[in-house]
Design a binder for this molecule. Structure first.
Ligand code: HSE
Length: 431
């Protein structure tokens, strides 16, 4: 059979890894795909010293790759939104199948891109966009297709997990660890995407769509970063038997879909609490299968290339398949997406860790617990640290409650004369 010709746009960390894996494992890959896969052309603004492109056509014009009549599959690895969107839409318009690792692109423009792909009868594959080398898209979209998914929760940003792990285990400084993550090629071009949870929200938006069969709705995701987490919170969490992880959580409820990324207290014995460094992990709870866990490297050149190349192989296998028999982009048939709303954060339900600074005098604790009681908030545990200071830290762990009730309770606690400053709130998931 004729070889399949691939054009790679972008030769950075993931582009370089993809080129090298395709070359190194060419025989093994073609035995799986059933056809030889050739890198026909590379489009990159600059060379990558870790990649030997000798013998491959290289252009500085990535759009030349998207329009090259020889090419069957365009692999978009340039990142970003606008140029990537134009590139992918140009490739689709020219009848190319597309493989991308660009979660921002899919989370923000995926609905438009899939519609264009549907019209041109081409595939757009994006496994590498979520959790690096872990085949989580394939697992949910195909492996769990018998299930009604109840919820999923994951550590889906390697940089953030790397930072939290190094801070906890080695007491390292936030900025110092972030610099290392950038040097290792884990961090986004704008690292605030990693630490403020935007990258994780892009990935969660995609997972939520394929799990619940809803259109991609990144703008409705609630996003909170890890930059406000202090070592005190890490220590108090430990005293209570929890670890702090930056989680993406999406849950089906009767009134809609929860879609949120935030620092989270997770019981120390939970599998997710023990996922460290740059590793990612996602737990998916399905009604038939129960809980399943997917774990692996969430970033880096070759782990991400592993997912890109698997997508290329998948596309090669579907080249001859009838379009109606292909796996739908968002797991559910395009006409079968549900209009279940994504809930505003105030309507999400969670347990909470609260830390406040209260004056050491009679009645203070009673006033705080009365406020919680009035909002129907059950207390799970309280720690009050006796110090010689007039203000003492009080840590409260609550049971589950609607976020709006917790907002009202926090406002009332902060208004107490005996409480100084704001109340620190971290959500808790028992998983
Ligand atoms: N910046 C991302 C991360 C890269 O740290 O997880 C992989 O998507």
């Amino acid at each position: 059979m004729k070889p399949v010709k691939v054009g790679i746009c972008g030769l950075g960390t993931v582009g370089g890894g993809t080129f090298n894996v395709l070359k190194r494992n060419a025989d093994e890959i073609s035995r799986r795909a059933g056809r030889k896969i050739i890198v026909e052309e590379v489009g990159a603004r600059r060379d990558n010293p870790d990649v030997d492109t000798k013998g491959t056509q290289v252009t500085r014009d990535i759009f030349a790759v998207a329009t090259n009549p020889e090419i069957d599959i365009v692999v978009e690895l340039i990142g970003g939104y606008d140029v990537a969107r134009d590139l992918v839409l140009t490739a689709i318009e020219n009848g190319k199948h597309v493989v991308t690792a660009n979660k921002a692109l899919i989370a923000e423009h995926g609905n438009e891109i899939f519609e264009a792909a549907q019209k041109k009868n081409v595939m757009v594959a994006f496994e590498a966009g979520v959790a690096g080398g872990i085949p989580i898209i394939k697992a949910i979209r195909e492996g769990l297709s018998a299930n009604k998914i109840n919820w999923l929760a994951g550590i889906i940003n390697g940089t953030g997990n790397f930072i939290l792990t190094e801070m906890k285990e080695k007491g390292r400084d936030f900025d110092d660890v972030l610099k290392e993550a950038q040097a290792l090629g884990y961090a986004e071009a704008d690292p605030t995407f990693d630490v403020e949870g935007i990258d994780a929200a892009h990935k969660l938006t995609i997972l939520s769509s394929i799990a619940f069969g809803i259109p991609l709705q990144f703008s409705k995701a609630y996003t909170e970063g890890i930059s406000q987490i202090t070592t005190e919170d890490v220590q108090y969490a430990e005293e209570l038997g929890y670890r702090i992880k930056h989680l993406g959580v999406s849950r089906r409820t009767e009134s809609g879909i929860e879609l949120r990324v935030h620092p989270t207290l997770v019981p120390e014995q939970a599998l997710l609490a023990n996922v460290n460094g740059v590793m990612n992990a996602v737990v998916v709870d399905g009604d038939a299968v129960g809980q399943t866990l997917y774990y692996g490297a969430g970033a880096g050149a070759e782990p991400t290339a592993s997912a890109v190349v698997a997508d290329i192989v998948d596309v090669v296998r579907t080249l001859t398949a009838d379009r109606d028999n292909r796996v739908p982009h968002l797991a559910f048939q395009p006409g079968e997406l549900s209009d279940a709303p994504v809930l505003p954060i105030e309507e999400n339900e969670c347990a909470y860790y609260l830390r406040l600074s209260a004056s050491e005098k009679p009645g203070t604790m009673a006033a705080v617990t009365t406020i919680l009681g009035k909002q129907d908030i059950n207390i799970e545990a309280i720690i009050q640290k006796a110090t010689s200071a007039e203000q003492v830290p009080v840590i409260i762990l609550t049971q589950q409650v609607k976020e709006q009730k917790m907002n009202d309770a926090i406002a009332a606690i902060e208004a107490l004369e005996a409480v100084t400053g704001s109340v620190k709130r971290i959500r808790v998931e028992q998983l």
